[in-house]
Write a protein that binds this ligand. Structure first.
Ligand SMILES: Cc1cc2nc3c(=O)[nH]c(=O)nc-3n(C[C@H](O)[C@H](O)[C@H](O)COP(=O)(O)OP(=O)(O)OC[C@H]3O[C@@H](n4cnc5c(N)ncnc54)[C@H](O)[C@@H]3O)c2cc1C
Length: 246
């Protein structure tokens, strides 16, 4: 069955970090796409072997402007990476979606531990208004991001502003390659998995979201299972690379 696509226009582009490109699309017909924070879009590309697509988490909450932001970490020589990096405002491509179940659910108050590596942090930026509302309903939130170094802290200012001085909200960052000389109390060295032992995790009270690098997710699941978590308390979105175009 053919996937139903619709045209989207690039509204603007900028660098979110030195490495990551931040792109905003809007439906070309001026409508607004309904989506739930945490879902992703598929962007479609023509190749010599036919049409193919790549998935990107939507990085902003739904808004009146109808924009759908994505954060793309380019893979050298990657099909979508090259095509998206070449787009200019006003260019139109095909999209489909939204897709995905990596969303916040209706559930009793708990602590959300939202873990992401690289661009895997983007779904949580889209969730911030919902998380804000849930803080007022007795939920707690810890957002944990893993990147190579501080300058690659994607949307770090947004997460810090969310957690800053807010009861029940915390933000921390792990740097796997380069640790700053002037770390803040929220900055740590190493992989995100190494922080789990320091978060006072409790399978009775915490639900852990894991997004991004598949290796990080698999290792995290092992660590968390050893801490007593079952798959029911773990929600995952793996940024698997796509199958070849044919
Ligand atoms: C649900 C979902 C959500 C996603 N959300 C995002 C997102 O928000 N931001 C984002 O940047 N990506 C995201 N991805 C990954 C994205 O869909 C593409 O796989 C990625 O952009 C590479 O596509 P490409 O066409 O440029 O590379 P391809 O042409 O598919 O690959 C080129 C070469 O690079 C290798 N490769 C592919 N991906 C990687 C990688 N991550 N690291 C190292 N080598 C790689 C491939 O094996 C291949 O050899 C998501 C994936 C999924 C499944």
């Amino acid at each position: 069955m053919a996937i139903e696509t619709f045209p989207v226009e690039l509204a603007w582009r900028r660098h979110a970090t030195p490495h990551v490109l931040h792109l905003a699309f809007r439906p070309a017909d001026g409508s607004a796409l309904g989506f739930v924070p945490g879902q992703f879009l598929n962007l479609h590309f023509e190749t010599e072997h036919g049409n193919t697509h790549r998935s990107y988490s939507i990085a902003n909450p739904p808004g009146a402007d109808g924009l759908m932001e994505i954060a793309m970490s380019p893979v050298p020589g990657g099909l979508a990476s090259d095509a998206l990096a070449a787009l200019e405002p006003g260019d139109v491509i095909q999209a489909s979606g939204p897709f995905g179940r990596f969303v916040l659910r209706e559930e009793p108050a708990c602590r959300y531990v939202l873990v992401g590596t690289g661009t895997g942090i983007t779904p949580y930026r889209a969730m911030l208004p919902t998380l804000q509302q849930r803080l007022g309903e007795g939920f707690k939130v810890h957002i944990l991001i893993g990147v190579w170094r501080r300058e690659e802290l994607l949307f770090g200012a947004d997460f810090r502003a969310f957690a800053d001085g807010q009861e029940g909200a915390e933000f921390s960052a792990c740097y796997s390659r380069e640790f700053p000389a002037d770390p803040g109390p929220w900055e740590h060295s190493g992989y995100v998995q190494t922080r789990f032992a320091h978060l006072g995790l409790d399978p009775e009270k915490d639900i852990v979201y894991l997004c991004g690098n598949p290796g990080m997710i698999d290792e995290s699941v092992e660590v968390l299972k050893a801490m007593g978590f079952t798959l029911k308390q773990l929600r995952r979105e793996k940024y698997l690379s796509a199958r070849p175009a044919r």
